[in-house]
Write a protein that binds this ligand. Structure first.
Ligand code: ADP
Ligand code: ZN
Length: 433
C-alpha cells in the first residue's frame, strides 16, 4: 500500500512547488477556457487570453468567481467535462444560502481522498488505526471525504455518520477507535458525554481531525482534555473539493494547504487587491488539477492569513491560520457591524464554553439582539455569584467590544441545543437576506 505521507510532494522545496504550480496553472487555464463557456465569456470580457497567463505571477489578471456565480450557473453551468465522465456530486451545507453542487470525475475523487489521506497521516494515522468518522455522510463532504482518505491510508474505517451519541460511544469503546473525525462542536458534545459517564479510561482515541466550522484554541484544549487526544484542524469547502484542502500537522500552528492541487491568494475583500503574506484578508483558491468542476480564483469569503514560515514537521506547503470567520458572517444590528466571533471571544474570555446562541430580531424598525449562553457545570454549582451579576458582566464586555447594548441570558448547563454537524450560532429572525 502506498504511504500517503508523500515527502516528495509535501516537503518539496518551495521554489519547486511554485514551479509546479506555474506549469499546472498554465495548462489548467487553457483547459478551463476551452471547456467552460462561462469562463471563456468572463475572460473575454476582462480582456484576458489564456496565453496571458504564463505562471502564478499572472494569476491576478484572471477575474474572480463568487458563490453567486455558482448559484447562477446551477447545476451544470461550470461543468468542464461531459456529464458521463462524472461519477459523484456533493453539495455545500447551505450555511449561508442556497446550496451549491460540485461534480467529480473518478480522478477528482482520487485527488480529494488523497488530500484527506495526507491529513490522516499528518495526525499520526497508519493502517493500524481504527478511524471513526462521524461527520455527516451524504451530500455533505465531511463523511465521504474522510471515509475515502481513511481507506487510502488503510485504517479500519467506521462510517458512523453523525448523531446517536450512545451508539458512537459504544462503537468507540467496543471497536477501540483511535482516530475521531467530526465537527469540533460534535467532538465537544462527545467530550461532554464521555465526562458525564466517566468513561474516558475506556477510550483508545489518540487523535481527532476536526473541521468544517471555525473553532477556538480554548475549544481545542477542552476537547483534548475530555477525550484524551491531540486535536487537529482540517479545512476545506465543497466548491474546491471538500475537507483536506488544508490540514494541521503535529505542530498545530496553521494548516498546510495542498499546494500541488490548490493555489491560495489572500485579497482585500473590498477592493479585490492581492495582499502580501501575513495580512488578514479573504482567501481565494485556484484549482490546478481538478477536471469536472475546476474553479479559478474562487472567493471563499473565509478570512485568514497565510504564512510561508518554515514548519518543524518538514512540510513546505504554505500554512493558513484558522479562518477568523466569513466575510459574510457579519450582521448589521442597530446599524453596527457585528461578527459572531467577537461575541464568542467575549464569552470565552469570561470563562464560558462555546455553548451559546445569538438571536436577532426586529420589532417595528428596532433591532434586538440577545445572547444566550450556558453556564459551565462549575459556574452552576457556585452560588456565590448570582446569575444577574454574570449577565451584567457579559453585557458590559459586549458593550465595549461592539458599542451596542445586547440582552444577555445566562442559562443552565445543557439547555442550548447541541449540534451533530456544524453548530447553529445565529438565529436571525429578521429575514433580511
Ligand atoms: P457551506 O458554505 O454551505 O457551509 P461547506 O459545507 O462546503 O459549505 O463548508 C465550507 C465552509 O466551512 C468553508 O468555506 C469555511 O467557512 C468553513 N470551514 C471549513 N473548515 C473549517 C475550519 N477548519 N475552520 C473554520 N472554518 C471552516
Ligand atoms: Zn507542519
Amino acid at each position: 500500500m502506498k504511504n500517503y505521507y508523500q515527502p516528495e510532494i509535501e516537503t518539496m522545496p518551495q521554489d519547486q512547488i511554485l514551479a509546479l504550480q506555474d506549469e499546472r496553472l498554465v495548462k489548467q487555464v487553457r483547459y478551463v477556457y476551452d471547456h467552460v463557456r462561462f469562463y471563456r465569456d468572463r475572460m473575454d470580457e476582462a480582456g484576458v487570453a489564456p496565453e496571458d497567463i504564463r505562471g502564478t505571477q499572472d494569476l491576478h489578471k484572471l477575474p474572480f468567481i463568487t458563490k453567486d456565480d455558482l448559484r447562477d450557473q446551477y447545476p451544470y453551468g461550470l461543468l468542464a467535462v461531459p456529464l458521463e465522465e462524472c461519477v459523484r456530486i456533493q453539495s455545500t451545507s447551505g450555511t449561508t444560502g442556497r446550496r451549491v453542487v460540485a461534480f467529480y470525475t473518478r480522478e477528482d475523487l482520487d485527488i480529494w481522498e488523497e488530500c484527506c489521506a495526507r491529513a490522516i497521516v499528518a495526525a499520526g494515522g497508519t493502517k493500524e488505526d481504527v478511524c471513526h468518522v462521524c461527520y455527516g455522510y451524504g451530500l455533505f463532504t465531511g463523511g465521504p471525504g474522510l471515509n475515502g482518505g481513511s481507506h487510502k491510508v488503510g485504517c479500519l474505517t467506521l462510517p458512523m455518520s453523525s448523531g446517536n451519541t450512545e451508539r458512537q460511544l459504544q462503537f468507540m469503546t467496543d471497536l477501540g477507535s483511535t482516530i475521531l473525525c467530526c465537527t469540533p462542536s460534535y467532538a465537544a458534545n462527545l467530550g461532554e458525554a464521555v465526562a458525564e459517564r466517566g468513561m474516558k479510561d475506556q477510550l483508545k482515541l489518540k487523535a481527532g481531525i476536526f473541521g468544517a466550522e471555525p473553532w477556538t484554541e480554548q475549544m481545542r484544549q477542552s476537547i483534548e482534555e475530555t477525550l484524551g487526544i491531540k486535536a487537529y484542524d482540517i479545512y476545506g469547502l465543497t466548491e474546491i473539493s471538500g475537507p483536506g484542502v488544508s490540514f494541521e500537522c503535529e505542530e498545530q500552528a496553521g494548516m498546510h494547504i495542498q499546494e500541488d492541487h490548490f493555489i491560495p491568494e489572500i485579497i482585500d475583500p473590498k477592493t479585490g487587491e492581492v495582499l502580501p503574506e501575513g495580512q488578514v484578508g479573504e482567501l481565494v483558491f485556484t484549482c490546478i488539477t481538478k477536471k469536472a468542476f475546476p474553479l479559478l480564483r474562487y472567493r471563499t469569503r473565509d478570512l485568514c492569513l497565510l504564512t510561508r514560515k518554515k514548519c518543524s514537521c518538514g512540510r513546505t506547503h504554505v500554512r493558513m491560520l484558522k479562518p477568523k470567520g466569513r466575510s459574510d458572517d457579519m450582521m448589521i444590528v442597530k446599524g453596527v457591524n457585528v461578527w459572531p466571533s467577537q461575541i464568542e471571544a467575549v464569552l470565552l474570555n469570561q470563562g464560558y464554553q462555546a455553548n451559546y446562541q445569538i438571536i436577532v430580531d426586529r420589532i417595528g424598525n428596532r433591532d434586538s439582539i440577545e445572547v444566550q449562553v450556558e453556564m459551565t457545570p462549575e459556574m452552576a454549582q457556585d452560588e456565590t455569584i448570582p446569575v444577574a451579576k454574570r449577565e451584567k458582566k457579559i453585557v458590559s464586555g459586549l458593550k465595549s467590544m461592539l458599542g451596542i447594548t445586547v440582552d444577555v441570558s445566562v442559562v443552565e448547563p445543557k439547555s442550548i441545543p447541541r449540534s451533530e454537524g456544524k453548530a447553529v450560532r445565529v438565529i436571525d429572525k429578521r429575514h433580511l437576506y
